[in-house]
Design a protein. Structure first.
Length: 399
């Protein structure tokens, strides 16, 4: 089984306003014995291409260097990559991966993505959907028998319309040890036992919630009979050439290339109970690997055109405005049809920002491992420098 190779609608994705329920649902197509059959892995994206020698790119680089010199002096410690038209036009590393070891940041320095991890969890679910192993509108209980809420579908988890309460807030009510990481199995067992009250009736409104994506990661494990760590390596990271990307397992510790997480005053952020839960966070990556992730959608390395359009479609309309959420992606939908696809993240001292301008094939990746919320304001400045004009109505700074 192979995914489509053609990319017929790339130039038009940002102009199409797609409702989440306009897509016909795949029927579940698991094998007769109910087992997950291995899906052939595609070739990786290979080496990144660069455009840093033209007069235009040299001018952009000079302006961005000036901007980041100021940011670094103000406390920014992190990695930056800007891509345009499928080529990297700016890549820089400012500061330290480990202050204790005086280890500088570099191309292989993997940073905790925080909530940008959700784009990968959604990608894994949609990958299984594309290959007909799951149905987005099927109740979660069809895949996870212990899940205590009968009227919540996979789609409602993806678009944050489930009503589930955030596990980072209710787990402490039943878990006395706040320092030792728990994992998704433990969180799910606590959910089944205590049945924390839903915050609203499912599919009546949007509320961003980490629990949704922790549950989705468990669905991946149940459907594939693989650990989330192994599935993501075999079917997502390795095929896309993302050699420095991994799902964090506190029981195994961090590899040497992982960045440490720091508070603003350079105090290390220790693990706590939620650090073992994955899907909502927990993926480490580099700016180069994130660009491979970004470019995979233009080349249909992972998902079909139809499913990508589905993921980019806004799903909540209770409130007016340009902000919305699709299936694993935040978005800004402008009245003129333009659209920005993005996700931010914040976990411990890690602040991350991942902006994608589909119409221009332009990408901004900023990964920081020392806390500073100014990272969420980098993208507007970068966009203005690269495009020579401000983005309309500004950007969003929500995690």
């Amino acid at each position: 089984m192979r995914l489509k190779n053609s990319w017929l609608f790339a130039a038009f994705l940002s102009m199409v306003f797609i409702g989440c329920h306009s897509h016909s649902e795949h029927a579940s197509a698991r094998t007769s014995n109910g087992k997950f059959n291995e899906i052939p892995v595609k070739d990786s994206l290979g080496q990144l291409q660069y455009d840093t020698t033209s007069e235009q790119s040299r001018n952009i680089i000079a302006q961005l260097d000036k901007f980041y010199t100021t940011q670094a002096r103000a406390g920014f410690n992190g990695s930056v990559l800007v891509g345009l038209g499928g080529k990297v036009i700016y890549e820089r590393y400012f500061g330290l991966s480990s202050r204790e070891k005086k280890m500088p940041l570099g191309p292989s320095s993997a940073c905790q993505l925080a909530s940008v991890s959700k784009t990968f969890t959604a990608g894994a679910i949609l990958y299984l959907y594309d290959h007909k192993y799951i149905s987005l509108d099927t109740p979660v209980q069809a895949y996870l028998k212990e899940f205590p809420y009968p009227n919540i579908s996979l789609r409602m988890l993806l678009n944050h319309r489930s009503g589930l309460p955030d596990y980072t807030k209710w787990v402490p009510n039943y878990n006395n040890d706040m320092r030792t990481p728990i994992y998704n199995d433990r969180m799910m067992a606590m959910m089944a036992l205590y049945k924390p009250r839903l915050e609203f009736r499912p599919n009546t409104r949007f509320k961003y919630c980490n629990t949704n994506y922790a549950v989705l990661a468990k669905v991946v494990e149940k459907v594939t009979d693989m650990s989330f760590y192994d599935f993501m390596q075999k079917y997502i990271f390795r095929p896309l050439g993302m050699q420095n990307t991994f799902v964090y397992n506190p029981g195994k510790g961090l590899p040497p290339n992982a960045t440490m997480s720091y508070k603003r005053n350079w105090i290390r952020e220790p693990d706590m109970f939620a650090d073992g839960v994955f899907g909502d966070k927990g993926i480490y990556s580099t700016v180069e690997d994130m660009y491979r992730w970004d470019q995979s959608f233009y080349k249909n390395k992972l998902l079909t055109n139809e499913t990508i359009e589905l993921a980019y479609g806004p799903c909540s309309f209770e409130k007016k405005g340009i902000k919305n959420y699709g299936l694993g992606w935040r978005m800004l939908c402008y009245p003129n049809g333009n659209k920005i696809i993005y996700h931010n993240g914040w976990w411990h001292g890690n602040n991350t920002s991942f902006y994608r301008f589909i119409k221009d094939n332009m990408t901004i990746v900023v990964l920081g491992n020392r806390f500073t919320n100014t990272i969420y304001h980098h993208a507007p400045a970068i966009y203005s420098i690269v495009k020579g004009q401000p983005v309309e109505n500004g950007f969003d700074s929500e995690e």
